[in-house]
Design a protein around this ligand. Structure first.
Ligand SMILES: *Cc1c(COP(=O)(O)O)cnc(C)c1O
Length: 364
């Protein structure tokens, strides 16, 4: 299979041929082979999350990542619950919008996109308002590429017995995290990010004792995570039609993650490539928007090098060279993004940097 171009995007991303090949077979949703495949995926996800079976469970849910975030907010937040949602980007904002749209009680904490939360303030809020039962935060804000630290939030959750909902959509599988030690109750991610599968479903790694208490909370049938779990947990049968091709590809992606050496090795590859691209672009006058200290190894926002920089022109040039870049998402500053997750390797980034260099020379 020849790819027209490599995707330097945060998902859908460049997948291996072997992952794509798994989609050439049609599978039957109620056949035991397929149900076993689902169970195997659920088992592997717990390993990636470094949690123990019994304490945690994995639930798969049809749709893009946002569907899964909404299903968690629907199901986890009961009528007496109150969630603090911390946001420094579009995905945090989306969680706030969702929680409000579905009528949950929410307190929002919006901070500038280039800063991580002040956890003393978060703790003060929790102390001040005893009605707060949950905190939701995005781990890697894909909007900018900033990485919000999990440890301080984890400590707050433990100290005040507050449940944690983490959108780790663009980091899970690419950044090592011990979900059990961090005491995260609900960790959300999807098939088409760091596990390097194709889009079509997402999943939740949930603390089982917490999920068990959520029956009847959801004002939705399709997005009721509790019911989804109950059915899936019997024998691996999905409640409604599942994206069979995507599921099979995802199992292959999980096997390939393990073959690569697991999350630690993948993290190293992502980090090295991320540093390489930031350093190379810096030499060409592109500044990263996020400080090195808070920059994730997943995706980087770059500011335009000068006011004459024409992203559309640059984009087309790079596309012809075999690379698809990602537009920026900052409100006030012209920017673009370079994702470095997916089946991309050092040589790809050398070629990318060479082509950007060529573009900058030809442009002048
Ligand atoms: C990709 C992503 C999502 C989900 O977006 P979809 O377009 O619904 O797949 C949610 N949060 C973060 C941080 C993401 O990167």
């Amino acid at each position: 299979m020849t790819q027209k171009y490599k995707l330097l995007t945060p998902g859908p991303l460049t997948t291996t041929d072997t992952v794509k090949q798994k989609m050439l077979e049609d599978r039957c949703t109620w056949d035991s082979d397929y149900k076993q495949l689902t169970q195997d995926i659920r088992h592997r996800l717990l390993k990636v999350a470094e949690v123990s079976e019994g304490n945690y469970t994995a639930v798969l849910q049809q749709g893009s990542g946002s569907f899964v975030v909404e299903s968690v907010l629907q199901t986890v937040l009961g009528k007496d619950d109150h969630v603090l949602i911390i946001s420094n980007g579009a995905y945090g904002n989306r969680m706030i919008d969702m929680a409000k749209a579905i009528g949950k009680r929410v307190t929002e904490m919006r901070i500038p996109y280039n800063t991580v939360p002040d956890f003393e303030k978060v703790e003060a809020l929790i102390k001040q308002d005893q009605s707060l039962t949950h905190i939701a935060m995005v781990h890697c804000e894909t909007t900018t590429g900033i990485l919000n630290p999990l440890e301080p939030l984890s400590e707050i959750g433990k100290r005040h017995n507050v449940s944690l909902i983490i959108d780790a959509m663009s980091s899970f599988g690419g950044i090592p995290m011990n979900v059990e030690k961090l005491n995260i109750d609900y960790l959300i991610s999807s098939a088409n990010k760091c596990i390097q599968g194709v889009p079509g479903f997402g999943f939740v790694v949930a603390k089982q004792s917490k999920l068990e208490q959520t029956k009847g909370n959801a004002n939705s049938i399709a997005l009721d995570l509790f019911e989804q779990w109950k059915v899936m947990d019997r024998d691996g049968k999905w409640r409604f039609t599942s994206p069979t091709h995507v599921v099979a590809a995802f199992q292959e992606a999980l096997i390939e993650l393990e073959e690569e050496g697991g999350v630690a090795t993948r993290y190293q590859r992502y980090s090295e490539n991320n540093h390489y691209i930031i350093e190379s672009l810096k030499k060409m006058n592109f500044q990263a928007y996020i400080d090195a200290e808070h920059q994730s190894p997943i995706i980087t926002t770059f500011l335009y090098p000068d006011k004459d920089f024409d992203f559309e022109d640059f984009y087309q040039y790079m596309k012809e060279a075999g690379f698809v870049l990602y537009p920026g998402k900052l409100m006030d500053t012209p920017s673009f993004r370079v994702g470095n997750i997916g089946d991309l390797h050092h040589k790809d980034f050398v070629l990318l940097a060479d082509n950007i260099q060529k573009y900058m020379k030809e442009r002048n």
